[in-house]
Design a protein around this ligand. Sequence first.
Ligand code: F6P
Length: 327
Amino acid sequence: MTKINKIGVFTSGGDAPGMNACIRAVVRTAIFSGVEVSGIRRGYQGMLESDFWTMNARSVGNIIHLGGTILKTARCLEFMTDEGIEKAYRNLKSEGIDALVAIGGDGTAKGALRLSERFDIPIMCIPGTIDNDLYGSDFTIGYDTATNTVIEAIDKIRDTAASHNRMFFVEVMGRDSGCIALRAGISGGAEAVLLPEVETGIDELISKLSIDAKNKKTSSIVIVAEGDKSGGAYQLAQRVTEKFDYYDVKVTILGHLQRGGSPSSFDRVLASRLGYAAVNELLRGNSGQMVGLRGNTVALTPLSEALNASKFKLEEDLMEMVSVLSI
Ligand code: F6P
């Protein structure tokens, strides 16, 4: 087992609230263990440009409560080429980095897997994305905060919907995952939730809304995951309005505000636990794994398995519960 003298840490892909808490935990755990830390700015792009920052315990002071990432992030296609990955590895070696902690989503884990397969460099990945779409962790860093942001918006929309007897289609992020939509739909008391994982026909939605109308529901909120197959909130609202005119229909697209904000306590603790564990696992000689939280216990999942989308399942019982609790 090669001795680790310097760990490189970076954030990659879409930023997520809690990434700074995670960077803080990685830096301080490494330094506590006598290991130097080099922050790599802008993810894999910064690796290609040798954009390194020698970090110490003070570098991560007063950031635990900040959204975004002090290391910045980027999406980098060049890294996925043979020339790109070889250049990145050379730059890491020149900087004296002999292990890596990657904080990000599935794209980050894909890059980390390629790097660890091509070169002899220990890597641990930490699930940092609001999408909550990585197998091997019950929660990804940022998911809880993003969902809280969504329900704060839904609660505000509900005030005006109830005042005007209106129906709102609210579109949320999540890429191909319905996790944000499902959790926000339940906690926001939505009448319906449309998910990429479930085919919802327009007629099925209208029959549900018609029952609501018969039951004298004067307002309605429908959460639409951006990856839903119906084509998004505007197209859905148009199709419903053509067949069902009981409500005055409006649309709200929440967009990138779901990515910002001060991380929740849950995300700060999750980020701290996973950052702390990732460094300790590297020092124990582990590599090529994603550190996650499973049943409130830190667990390791091989990167190839974490990236296997077919293993990721949305909770069936929660989907059934939405239709029951929205009668
Ligand atoms: O992966 C996080 C995420 O916010 C997705 O939910 C969303 O589809 C995507 O990033 C948006 O990407 P960008 O910030 O590049 O527009």
